[in-house]
Design a protein around this ligand. Structure first.
Ligand code: HEC
Length: 248
């Protein structure tokens, strides 16, 4: 048996749940309420690669330095170089990478030498992630201006913009054009390829289906034990367990 229900089954369960939630809401109007516009707005903060969702505003490298030193440097280092809590954010990119849109160092470097700016294809992701998740100990505490400023400062550390640069919703689209790894997104790996596209739609097997699923991805034995034994950490109910990583 496959460990995961197939997509069609999941979809019909979801659909049934949605229909029954609707029916419930009608049967018990006193239970629950509609989310308010303000509540939805508080959640709806994603910034897309085409910058849809990016709030208007701006922040300078100079302001960013202040934000950085007071709210970021302790964990990421003064130049975004510290590997203490996370691999370094900045470093490893060259002017030739900016020219090409692809970071050459990614091919050579070991995993720990890969910095965020080397891998990052879209500047919107940097902006979005800082706003939603940083500082790690106080996520969502930055103002829009502080997010622009911190982003500008990181871009400056990466030699992409000068020290007097002011990043804004008006010029961020220009920054996208100089991101060192802007052409680094590819579907030519990992996921199964179906007619040139990644495998995100599969057809449900309804007849003579295989009884055993074949694992397409396995954890390499070399990482066993790195984070303790997954089998002991995963949920204790149901049939799904983490694999035993106590052995090499
Ligand atoms: C208390 C420590 C801490 C502070 C302070 C902190 N960070 Fe982080 N940062 C982390 C950790 C831990 C991660 C990895 C988090 C994760 O993957 O969920 C991270 C991840 C990031 C990433 C994403 C890196 C990647 O490749 O995914 C960025 C960008 C970033 N931080 C920027 C900032 C900025 C800007 C600030 C200040 C406003 C800041 N951080 C403050 C600990 C911190």
């Amino acid at each position: 048996m496959s460990r995961f229900p197939d997509r069609a089954v999941v979809l019909s369960i979801l659909l049934a749940m949605m229909v029954s939630v609707q029916a419930w809401a009608e049967a018990f109007p006193q239970i629950g309420r509609r989310a308010t516009v303000a509540e939805i707005a508080a959640w709806d903060i994603d910034v897309r690669p085409d910058f849809k969702g990016l709030p208007a505003g701006s922040g300078s490298v100079t302001q960013g330095l202040k934000v950085w030193e007071s709210k970021c440097a302790a964990c990421h280092g003064a130049f975004g170089e510290s590997p203490e809590v996370f691999p370094p954010l900045i470093g490893g990119t060259t002017a030739a990478d900016v020219e090409r849109g692809r970071v050459a160092g990614l091919n050579a470097a070991t995993e720990n030498a890969r910095t965020t700016i080397m891998k990052l294809a879209t500047v919107s992701t940097l902006w979005d992630f800082i706003r939603r998740a940083m500082p790690f100990d106080q996520p969502k505490s930055l103002s829009v201006e502080e997010v622009y400023a911190a982003t500008a400062y990181l871009l400056h550390l990466a030699d992409l913009v000068p020290a007097d640069f002011v990043l804004s919703d008006q010029n961020i689209v220009q920054i996208q054009k100089i991101m060192p790894n802007r052409d680094g997104m590819t579907t030519a790996h990992g996921l199964r390829d179906i007619k040139g596209k990644p495998d995100v739609i599969s057809e449900a097997c309804m007849k003579d289906c295989p009884l055993e699923a074949t694992s397409l991805m396995v954890l390499p034995a070399s990482v066993n034990g790195r984070n303790g034994n997954l089998a002991e950490q995963n949920r204790h109910y149901g049939s799904v367990r983490g694999i035993d990583t106590s052995r090499r």
